[in-house]
Design a protein around this ligand. Structure first.
Ligand code: NAP
Ligand code: GDD
Length: 342
């Protein structure tokens, strides 16, 4: 029997990789997209199917996770086997600017889905896109499923609520509701204001004379970066388990933003020399400043270091990352260079 999946957040980075994976696995894929004044489906355009195609495998519905009515009625209409909640205001820095909206989407949005499942069909399996941001000011290194949370942003706090309400609906109502605790994952389709994409895109453009400078914030925080393609495989596997559970998904390797930047520059054969400290730190190519630090990109409170341990996922999901940071950066650079060639 063909399985049906419903993805909230299908137009995002992970939504596009996950829908491709599920289509390959012969699912009928339903996705929720928001109404917007300009097209917001560029990441899924190459799998889009005309609404008049018979036996369509990808079906989009207008909806919004802040709107209980649309959440409830889409779930009722589709009655899927699996729901993936990837929808979120996912930018940590922006969550300080719009904390109430972030909470409505990233915390209450999850509750709206869970409560609809409870009232419509308790057999629907549910995946919640949790985040390593929940570990925030980390209480142990590396972070595992048992590490206590200490979120450092409205985004992180909202995700902690979602984590616990997912667990609560699992324990209270026996719903198959699982949390992924995913560390940073990137790809050519990463949003342009996240630091990896900003660096890769910025350096490629500078190399080809399309941009003069790149402005960044804190270069010394450390992240555990994986590839979105690997991580959506883990997400799918989490819902194929016999029992619902929570899983850390990461690479176990940690790098600073500056290391990421220097690796990208080396691959592009751009020879950077660094001078100065703090807000005066700059990177030069032949005496020309190309990277500068701006206060605007620092956050009111920072997550200084993240690194996870994926032992449980390896054992129980038989999952491990295929990409490392090198192949991730190569993939991102190749995509950017192809765009520039066009
Ligand atoms: P993303 O590219 O920002 O995508 C977010 C998706 O959510 C987009 O489809 C967006 O729609 C949708 N969305 C936002 N607000 C919505 C609302 N009110 N109603 C309905 N849909 C809404 O994020 P991502 O990187 O794919 O991440 C997917 C999920 O994993 C997010 O929940 C994120 O917080 C979480 N996560 C991500 C990472 C990571 O490193 N990427 C790590 C841990 C957890 P539009 O396209 O219309 O904006
Ligand atoms: N975005 C951004 N822009 N970040 C910068 C910049 C800049 O110009 N300069 C330095 N940074 C630093 C940030 O201060 C942060 O320490 C680090 O780069 C990573 O920032 P992001 O790429 O914005 O990612 P994030 O770690 O805050 O959040 C991402 O990962 C989370 C998982 O840990 C997002 O994808 C979240 O949705 C996700 O949950």
């Amino acid at each position: 029997m063909t399985k049906k999946a419903l993805i909230f957040g299908i137009t995002g980075q992970d939504g596009s990789y996950l829908s491709r994976l599920l289509l390959k696995k012969n699912y009928e894929v339903h996705g929720v997209k928001r109404r917007s004044s300009s097209f917001n489906t560029s990441r899924i355009d190459n799998i889009y199917q005309d609404p008049f195609v018979k036996k369509k495998k990808l079906i989009l519905h207008y909806g919004d996770i802040t709107d209980s009515n649309s959440v409830f009625s889409i779930i009722k209409k589709v009655n899927p086997n699996e729901i993936y909640n990837l929808a979120a205001q996912s930018h940590v820095a922006v969550s300080f600017e719009i904390p109430e909206y972030t909470t409505n989407t990233d915390a209450l949005g999850t509750l709206r889905i869970l409560d609809s499942i409870l009232r419509i069909n308790k057999k629907i399996k549910f995946y919640q896109a949790g985040s390593s941001e929940m570990f925030g000011k980390v209480m142990e290194v590396p972070q595992t499923e048992n590490t206590p949370f200490y979120p450092r942003s409205p985004y992180g706090v909202a995700k902690v609520y979602s984590h616990w309400i997912t667990k609560n609906y699992r324990e209270s109502y026996k719903i198959f509701a699982s949390n992924g605790i995913l560390f940073n994952h990137e790809s050519p389709l990463r949003g342009e204001t996240f630091v990896t994409k900003k660096i890769v895109q910025g350096l490629c453009r500078i190399k080809f004379g399309k941009q003069k400078k790149l402005f960044l914030g804190n270069l010394y925080s450390k992240r555990d970066w994986g590839h979105a393609e690997d991580y959506v495989m883990a997400i799918w596997k989490i819902l194929q388990q016999k029992n619902a559970d929570d899983f850390v998904i990461c690479t176990g390797k940690q790098f600073t933003i500056k290391q990421f930047l220097n690796m990208t520059a080396r691959k592009l054969k751009m020879s950077l020399s660094w001078k100065g400290k703090g807000l005066n730190e700059k990177a030069f190519i032949k005496n020309k400043p190309i990277i500068e630090i701006k206060k605007k990109y620092f956050r009111p409170s920072e997550v200084d270091k993240l690194v996870g341990n994926y032992r449980k996922a390896k054992k129980r999901l038989n999952w491990k990352p295929k990409h490392d940071l090198n192949s991730l950066i190569d993939d991102m650079i190749n995509y950017e260079l192809k765009l520039l060639e066009k």
